[in-house]
Design a protein around this ligand. Sequence first.
Ligand code: SF4
Length: 294
Amino acid sequence: MKLYAPKYYNQFKCIADKCEHSCCIGWEIDVDPETLEKYKALECGYGKSINDSISFDGDAHFKLCAHDRCPHLDERGLCKIILNFGEDYLCNICREHPRFYNYTDIAEVGLGMSCREAARLVLSSTDYAKTEEIGNVDGKKAELTFNGRVERERVYSILQNDGIAYCDKLQKVHSEYEIELLDDAFYIDLLSELEYLDESHRELFMNYSADKRAVGTEAYLERALAYFVYRHCTEALDFEDFRARLAFCLFCERLLSSLAVSQGVCDLNGMATLASIISEEIEYSENNTESLTY
Ligand code: SF4
């Protein structure tokens, strides 16, 4: 199956030891069966350390160290599995992060904004609507009765209309898809009930307000919204499903704007940090994404 990606995709490179918020800290890392077999064949040297670090309590996963660090992350922030055996010995989850895939009549890949380096790239790329073929991937073409990519292009054409102000573009998306904006109290209630990786983010998210529009950040907000739409709306099953997913994306955009105002942020780095917090707390939790999609 042909694989497509946004134009900026190939510019992504993990910055490893220079990363200020490593994905090797704070997440449980599952070891897929194929990689597990490769590890089992590594009986001595660092291979033994790898095998000793795997827990079989539930799905095979690495036992995290203090402060939820991956046991293979060294003090410089480098991966000891890569240093000893090369990238081919990474388990799937580590090799793929922060990528995600959409399957419709074609396959598409994107970069999740939970990774701050990916978030910086997403928020600084002007050509978000353009995708290009980058290779092939296993998968079967879906038999579609509805194609989310077509609606996605419609949203993008509104966002890319340079003749109108950003706030008017948002209004147009709301009105074309008949998406109602509910009271702040409704969203604050939902946010207060979410599960959080970092409890301090519950308090941070209480700054949500639809009226908090961050001046000077419109370009970043537009690219963030385009990313949310790419990630969440493309696989919609029908028009109603697309609308529900789009409402979720618009909510994430408002949350990002609210946090930018409350934290006094308007530069790329600050916006990428806030976007990555929203991504890891909401997008990477199925329960939270479901609670906010209605
Ligand atoms: S969060 Fe991104 S840049 Fe940082 S270590 Fe993970 S993949 Fe690399």
